[in-house]
Design a binder for this molecule. Structure first.
Ligand SMILES: [Zn+2]
Ligand SMILES: [Zn+2]
Length: 340
């Protein structure tokens, strides 16, 4: 069997993931997150009049119990796996995004008539569509995440992400392919709707500002703090900032094993949608005490069998139960059958 096409495809995907500046895991964005974390820790130590030494800061950022944990090793496996399948899944979703966007513009034009092109300079139209698409991305992310927590069938597939007991930026890739497939299709719908409505209102198609095809506002947040959401570094936005933006501590609370934190903070970069829909938990300024994970001693956590295959079995038995007759609905034998 010739594996070389698969290997060269994987290498190409890895190159894109690390070297493309707009990628969700680009080396540049990881470096940027490292500088942000170092700066925050250094300022914190300085304020407490403690010594600020790079060695100590790096030890605080990369504790051995996290770097060498089974959970982190499993994350590396998920990363390779998802980098491999992501390109294939994303290809399907892009198709529906473009089709839906054009269909929405066409529908609005036939229903309400064409709008003449807005008398705006080109950059203003692009800026408007950039903001609209970013908000649509965030809403699609929130909605998919909400459904994944609230529908037991979908939770079986999302639980994989929550079984991480240590958080690193690679935990972002610890997702089941079924979750990924639903996510990118929900995104295609929310962003397709926004693009179609935006193009109609502007009277002409507009292209968002982006960095290697990723929305520039999303890229800004990836460089600033999204990587630190999956880390041990407690950076909490409180007050009004905590109602608008999903700080690293917000997402760490989302991974908490404490039932008080379940189903909270479902957004990606923004806390706005959580605030609007009542799922926001603004973290305390000082680290809150809780552990990461879903349940203590989860069997086969961090294995292919436990996290990639078992969810199909559990979700399948849920569906089977829906179709199996309940005790009260079993038909009684007819008199003829009883005689036999
Ligand atoms: Zn979740
Ligand atoms: Zn997470």
């Amino acid at each position: 069997m010739d594996f070389s096409p698969g290997i060269s495809y994987l290498l190409g995907q890895l190159g894109k993931a690390f070297l493309s500046p707009g990628s969700h895991i680009s080396l540049l964005s990881l470096l940027s997150a490292l500088f942000v974390a170092l700066a925050v820790l250094a300022v914190r130590r300085y304020k407490k009049r403690r010594r600020v030494r790079l060695k100590l800061l790096l030890r605080a950022l990369f504790p051995k119990r996290v770097v060498l944990s089974k959970s982190s090793f499993a994350d590396v496996g998920y990363f390779y796996f998802n980098v491999f399948v992501f390109g294939i899944l994303f290809g399907w979703a892009l198709l529906s995004y473009d089709t839906l966007s054009r269909a929405i513009t066409g529908f609005l034009t036939s229903a309400f008539g064409a709008i003449p092109p807005a008398p705006l300079p080109g950059f203003a139209g692009r800026a408007i569509i950039t903001v609209m698409l970013f908000l649509a991305y965030e809403l699609g992310y929130w909605l998919n995440h909400y459904l994944s927590h609230r529908i037991p069938f979908l939770w079986e597939f999302h639980k994989v992400h929550h079984s991480a007991t240590a958080l690193t930026p690679l935990t972002n890739f610890r997702v089941h392919p079924v979750y990924m497939c639903i996510f990118i299709n929900i995104l295609a719908i929310s962003m397709g709707l926004a693009s179609g409505i935006g193009d109609y209102l502007l009277g002409q198609p507009a292209t968002q500002y982006g960095l290697s095809e990723t929305n520039i506002i999303l890229v800004f947040f990836i460089y600033l703090y999204v990587h630190l959401q999956h880390s041990q570094v407690w950076i909490a936005f409180t007050g009004w900032l905590g109602h608008l933006f999903m700080s690293p501590a917000h997402h760490q609370v989302h991974h908490s094993r404490d039932p008080a934190h379940f189903n909270k903070n479902l957004g990606s970069c923004l806390a706005l949608w959580d605030w609007m829909f009542g799922t926001l938990h603004v973290p305390a300024a000082e680290r809150e005490a809780f552990e990461f994970g879903v349940e203590p001693d989860r069997p086969h956590a961090h294995t292919i069998r436990g996290e990639l295959l078992a969810p199909f079995g559990r979700a399948g038995s849920m569906i089977a139960k829906l179709f199996s007759p309940r005790p009260g609905t079993v038909p009684l034998p007819s008199p003829e059958q009883e005689r036999i």
